[in-house]
Design a binder for this molecule. Sequence first.
Ligand code: CAA
Length: 390
Amino acid sequence: MTTPIGIHDLAFATGSRVLDLSVIAERLGTEIEKYTIGIGQERMSIPAADEDIVTMGAAAAKQIIDRHGAEGIRTVLFATETGIDQSKAAGVYVHQLLELPATCRVVELKQACYSATAALQFATALVARDPRQRVLVIASDVARYELGSSGEPTQGAGAVAMLVAADPDLVVIEPGSGVFTSDIMDFWRPNGRVTALVDGKYSIRAYLQAVENAWNDYSAQGGFPISEFNRFCYHQPFTKMASKAHRHLIKTAGGDLDPAVLDAQIAPTLKYNRVIGNTYTASIYLALLSLLDSDEELDETKIGFLSYGSGSVAEFFAGTVQPGYRKHLRSEENRSVLAARVPIDASEYLTWHERRDPTELGDFALPNETPGPFRLAGFTDLKRDYAVTQ
Ligand code: CAA
């Protein structure tokens, strides 16, 4: 019998500021229902001036290290599509902030919103080779689109950290998956731009096509039939996209298309993303956290995961929730983190939107704003200076 491998612990962090989408609706003269009903979003997390993908990723991972220690961690995989350096992996800063052992490899992975899934799959393979090892996977992103663009209401910021290990407490990642790659331009962010470019309507069609192809490959590889899955986690650029994708998957796979059944299969996965916004690589694993933190009893539940990254790569795979998973969660703390975010107004939002990293050599200090455990203190000759706050 092969050793079960999967997600032993799962934690998240997000921007400490929050914007109600009514602020954007008012500025653009859009009906708020277009956001709350049409795309299924209410609020978005915004990073404070001294927060970025490193501080959020480290804040998520710290919860895991505080609980489990660093023993056995010889690999850190940092997935992001909003990298802060063309050369140095963001995970190396996290490694330092968490005081992880030097006997560790650290690398960054990129393929739009998909790369955390690649990291998770690579991690399970490393653990399969040596079940004494545990792999720290971090996914962290800040989603920013041009003001007034169709993507503006789908911004957000957040990170998840996962400890991948043998005999996991939370979710076993089942062997086998369906994969799909296609060279398309539905969403892209050329070097030097902090805002992404997107062909919005095309990106929805491309996502749905990728769902179909990833599922067909999954079936061809001999995966579980659709009837064995009770819940589904999707990449959620906005929560309505999960509904569209789910309907398309079930239609493709020949499952039950009763709207009440479809809704129940994904509703608990939408709660966190609806109030955090798009977190790109982290989004599908925030959907998992939202499901695990819900009131549902999920012991032995089979979950279907559909990961999509524009450009594009997709993967369908299965996970099984472990008996007793609930006692390993942080549900109350997670809800408190979301409730504690500081609301910002229209002018603070525009200030955030204009924010750019410095491009000139010299010293730049950042205001002390974050309530989190780590902060980006500033820049010295374009080197990022991080600090521990607690
Ligand atoms: N009340 C209720 N519903 C309303 C409404 C109102 N007053 N006004 C509009 N709506 C509905 C529309 O009918 C539509 O619903 P359907 O899609 O079910 O038909 C929905 O609200 C959105 O309206 P529009 O299509 O007119 O919206 P839009 O064109 O301005 O923007 C979008 C939609 C293109 C998806 C835009 O949000 C966008 O560009 N987002 C960024 C790209 C994106 O997230 N793509 C998703 C796939 S790619 C991916 O997943 C990777 C990634 O992370 C980016």
